[in-house]
Write a protein that binds this ligand. Sequence first.
Ligand SMILES: N[C@@H](CCC(=O)N[C@@H](CS)C(=O)NCC(=O)O)C(=O)O
Length: 218
Amino acid sequence: MSTIKVSAYRWVPPFAQGLVRDLRVRWALEEAGMLYEERLLDFRNKPDSYRKLQPFGQVPTFEQDGLVLFETGAIVLHIAERSTLLLPPDPSARARATSWMFAALNSVEPSIMSLIQIDLRFAGDAAATQVREAAVDAVKSRLESVAAWLGERDYLEDRFTAGDLLMVTVLRILRHTDMVTTMPALAAYQERCETRPAFQKALAAQMAVFAENAATAA
Ligand SMILES: N[C@@H](CCC(=O)N[C@@H](CS)C(=O)NCC(=O)O)C(=O)O
């Protein structure tokens, strides 16, 4: 098997550092104990040919032995299917974990991304205030549902899975707000997952690339 290649940005502005979605793939690979190398791109100047790997021109992609994957959900699932550390062997437990992977990306991330669009594009715009309130309510409602489900649990199911991995990377997007930190159970859940050595290695790897390229890219 050839070495896995993951696309990532050479550098991004600080507000996005630690959030770029190749983090999800790096984390999954670290959990699974799989080595990878990076295909680094300039986020302002991606070659047209990159769209042959990722139709929307986004990162990350995953390449191995001629197989090219895009969309973090699909990539993390592909990795998880090869590691019982990310998906349990029992078929029903696997299916439950997969439900949480989709829930993170389909039921939680969209409302968070709506809020991000408002906060990044219309920061300080009075007209956006009312829209923002509705967006905040939508995010809160999803967060409350996740927190209610978690209850006293450490993880979404009875052990860490790729569902937690994706959920936590989605929750991280809210770091410019206090929406997670003011929900102690959710904050503790995020911290519990983020203290995993595999997450720390993945985050350090993404940040190391930005640090190496900071002088030339900013
Ligand atoms: N749904 C995609 C989203 C990927 C995505 O939004 N990537 C961002 C970086 S985190 C990107 O490359 N944005 C640049 C762009 O959209 O042109 C996935 O999960 O892989």
